[in-house]
Ligand binder design. Structure first.
Ligand SMILES: *Cc1c(COP(=O)(O)O)cnc(C)c1O
Length: 422
């Protein structure tokens, strides 16, 4: 009997739909120079201007004139693609320049650029683990999927410690032979809650128990520290972390990932990581723009300062409106709804009635029952933008509060939520 593959995959998708976590993408065209405004292209073919509230282009570097100019010049000078893997004719002066730039950013001997932050984490962690027989990896329970996949690929013993829980981590470290090689893998700013790791305390434990430290600073590079080196730089801890990882895709507004560390560690990853070796390297225009963004933010404080001011101002507005946002230490502002369909409904009202775009964050990105809006008041949002968003949320929460509360209790979105709009 023939197997009906299409029916099978249709059923797989149906399961996702039933759980309320079927993902629909919003099609947007940002306007360079006008971000956070963008054209939203709806399913029905119509389009209109909206304000983006969930971008990771935290500093607006994606439209910075220097960044755009660098990309244009590289494109005109050397053409579109790199033309090969790094090993086979795909290494350009732009790679060299960018790797020197990130090594300097973190005051490390060497840097290595990957296609994305995801590939950097996956490649680096899987390689480090594989190259150390008997290695054990200690991984924060809230680590990003890219780190989890890297650690899985390393195929070594794995301990998952309770999020940011130093005592728990120590009890796990203590449980195995001090002579075994160990990696502690964690993030600085956690992307979904916006909280920050106790980096110093983790480094102290690493020293005490003979472990290497691997820190994902994806949501912090460009944003924190006097030169944008991240939270480790801000706290004066760069030299205590063995490998730092970051992206050019978020605060730097471009694309690509990187790691920095000692020459021997970086060289080993360069030699062994499949995700680094067997893929065409990033195009020069992207590398040139990333380089311009990194260098600009080593010097300029304006964007960082504006981001912090905006985040504080926006949080204040939400606080005054009594909205249940998570008040973490970073620029990320999560507002918990607690149920996936309800979460989607709230975002669809925001988009349809207020022209405010914020994507619902549902399981498995966050635990079930903590579905949320994850908002970012970037450096380029105006006070008026923030007042509009806070006002819309306040109105929604006031008119729907009973329904949202009910949804959180019953874990079900009331059918009349959209209809109950005042
Ligand atoms: C986004 C993200 C990554 C991946 O970076 P990309 O450059 O987008 O692939 C890695 N770690 C964390 C914590 C992230 O949020």
């Amino acid at each position: 009997m023939a197997i009906n593959y299409n029916e099978h995959f249709g059923e797989c998708v149906q399961r996702v739909r039933e759980e309320g976590r079927y993902r629909t993408f919003a099609t947007l065209a940002r306007k360079a120079g006008a971000f956070p405004k963008a054209m939203y292209h709806a399913e029905d073919g119509s389009s209109r201007e909206v304000t983006i509230w969930c971008s990771n282009d935290y500093l607006g570097m994606g439209q910075n004139p220097k960044v755009l100019q660098a990309a244009k010049e590289a494109l005109d000078n050397v053409g579109a693609g790199a033309g090969g893997t790094r090993n086979i004719s795909g290494t350009t002066i732009y790679h060299k320049m960018l790797e020197e730039s990130v090594a300097d950013l973190h005051q490390k001997e060497a840097g290595l650029v990957f296609s994305s932050g995801y590939v950097a984490n996956e490649g680096a962690l899987s390689t480090l683990g594989k190259l150390m027989p008997g290695c054990a990896v200690f991984s924060d329970s809230m680590n990003h999927a890219s780190m989890i996949h890297g650690i899985k690929g390393a195929k070594c013993e794995k301990f998952i410690f309770r999020h940011n829980d130093i005592e728990y981590l120590e009890s796990q470290l203590r449980s195995i032979d001090i002579k075994r090689p160990k990696i502690i893998a964690f993030e600085s700013v956690y992307s979904m809650d916006g909280d920050i790791a106790p980096i110093k305390e983790i480094c102290d434990l690493a020293e005490k128990y003979n472990a290497m430290t691997y820190l994902d600073e994806v949501h912090a590079v460009g944003l924190y520290g006097p030169r944008g080196g991240g939270i480790a730089e801000q706290r004066g801890l760069l030299d205590r972390v063995d490998i730092l990882e970051g992206t050019f895709g978020k605060g730097y507004g471009c694309m690509g990932g990187f790691i920095t560390g000692s020459r021997s560690m970086i060289d080993a990853i360069r030699c062994y990581a499949a995700g680094f070796i067997f893929t065409t390297s990033l195009p020069p225009s992207v590398l040139a723009s990333a380089h311009a963004a990194v260098e600009h933010l080593k010097v300029s404080q304006i964007e960082r300062k504006q981001l912090q001011e905006n985040a504080a101002m926006f949080k204040n507005m939400l606080r005054n409106a009594d909205l249940p946002f998570m008040d973490a230490q970073s620029h990320i502002v999560p507002l918990i709804v607690g149920e996936p369909n309800c979460c989607r409904e709230v975002t669809s009202i925001l988009l349809e009635e207020y022209d405010l775009y914020v994507q619902p964050i549902n399981y498995p990105t966050v635990p079930k029952g903590t579905e949320r809006l994850r908002m970012t008041a970037t450096a380029v949002h105006t006070q008026a933008d923030m007042e509009i968003m806070a006002g819309a949320l306040e109105h929604l929460w006031n008119t729907h509060h009973g329904l949202i509360a009910l949804a959180m209790q019953s874990k079900e979105c009331p059918a009349n939520l959209a209809g109950a709009q005042a």
